[in-house]
Design a protein around this ligand. Structure first.
Ligand SMILES: [Zn+2]
Length: 113
């Protein structure tokens, strides 16, 4: 079930709270820090941290190890609804003025206002 390259539609937005489904971070939740649309991935706060060894520099005079969140495939992330608190599928609907908004398929809560 490999996603088609370049055709993955990203349902996530920066600032969404998401839950990881499958993989070794299954069940973990975090905030979306960045969405890499062209790669079909997203960076989630506190999930998939990788340690980077950094040489001493002006910015980090000590050098050492920093932890950085690495991108996860968007297909493995589900948006968590703020109202019902569940990882949910999203629906789309259009408002009267044509604005497209996302909503929770469980409770119907609208995400964008
Ligand atoms: Zn909901």
């Amino acid at each position: 079930m490999a996603p088609l390259m370049g055709r993955t539609r990203i349902h996530l937005r920066k600032g969404d709270t998401v839950e990881v489904i499958g993989g070794k971070f299954s069940g973990k939740r975090g905030k979306v820090l960045d969405v890499l649309t062209d790669r079909g991935r997203a960076i989630v706060e506190g999930v998939n941290l990788v340690k980077r060894h950094v040489k001493p520099s002006r910015k980090a005079p000590q050098g050492g190890i920093i932890e950085k969140a690495a991108p996860l495939p968007a297909a493995r992330l589900m948006v968590v609804c703020a109202k019902c608190g569940e990882a949910t599928r999203l629906g789309h609907r259009f408002l009267g003025d044509g604005t497209k908004v996302r909503y929770c398929k469980r409770c119907g809560e609208q995400f964008e206002t």
